[in-house]
Write a protein that binds this ligand. Sequence first.
Ligand SMILES: *Cc1c(COP(=O)(O)O)cnc(C)c1O
Length: 364
Amino acid sequence: MIPITVVDVGDAEPLVLEVLRSGVIAQGPMVKRFEDLFAQVAGVEHAVAVNNGTTALVASVQALDLQPGDEVVTSPFTFVATLNAILEAGATARFADIDAEDFNVDPAAVAAAVGPRTKVLMPVHLYGQTADMGKLVPLAEEHGLTIIEDSAQAVGATFDGRAAGSFGIGCFSLYATKNVTTAEGGVITTSDAALADKLRVMRNQGMRARYQYEMAGHNYRLTDLHAAVGIPQLERLADINAKRSANAEALSAGLADIPGLRVPAVLPGRTHVWHQYTVLVTEDAKVDRDEFAAKLTEKGIGNGTYYPKVVFDYDCYRDNPNVITSDVPVASRVAQQALSLPVHPKLTTEQIDTIVATVREVLA
Ligand SMILES: *Cc1c(COP(=O)(O)O)cnc(C)c1O
């Protein structure tokens, strides 16, 4: 079996041992070191490490002190954490359809979704390619909106040379399968010193100095043990993402001419960090996506359906007054056609050849 993802953190052992031996295992100097490195990667002044990507999003929304009924416009084609975070922070979610080229919110649809209660745009940089920040940033400025980038899948991605997480408040995940992992973990990036300060207080029970509470906060702290796992990966992030990129190029070279299959595009001005390599199984294919996925699994090619439905299309959100649904035909179609193939840095040339040959065989 060629797995869809492989966790590679072996080089963390010396730093992890250093933390264990130091006796400081919760949030301490290693978290600070991780944050400083991360801020460099995201091209911002401040990085605030938290315990996962979902709490990064929750804290970012909460830091804006929204009123009940205030709306966040986001993508319907995302991991459920995006929506759950908006709801947990007490905001209302509204959805803008995606563009099938980059799988991210379509700026025209976002513009149409913005109304009098909109306070936040929350694009999701899906699969490792940023949304069209060239259009979303001016749109946010025009309407006085805050941008929160769900950059969970896009550490190191750029748009016009600027890093994901530097256009608005950046929220990253360090979950086990993400391009950089600490097992569980998250990071918020910003160049706003006051916001970074507020987030640091919020993640620590609202406490600035011991027993000096400034707000009703959370325990959203990351631990030094986790930070130690992530530091070596940040140091070799360029190599990690270059390997993913080379793998994606090799896959596309092998798969581009297959009828019924659309390989992923890298749009002009963007660098893609290939968290996922996602093809579309189009209407003219011999099999549908689910059958394609089952055949690949049967033949030993790991694959993943990210995501099988639009995010709000579940009973648990149906009657939630804070979930404002809309017709999102592009996202709905893509959810039926998208399938991700292995692209992780541990793939060998031989395995890429096997993936290409097997996809050809299944679609022939
Ligand atoms: C992984 C992910 C999250 C949540 O991150 P966790 O660390 O798992 O909490 C949020 N949004 C997207 C798009 C993700 O892929």
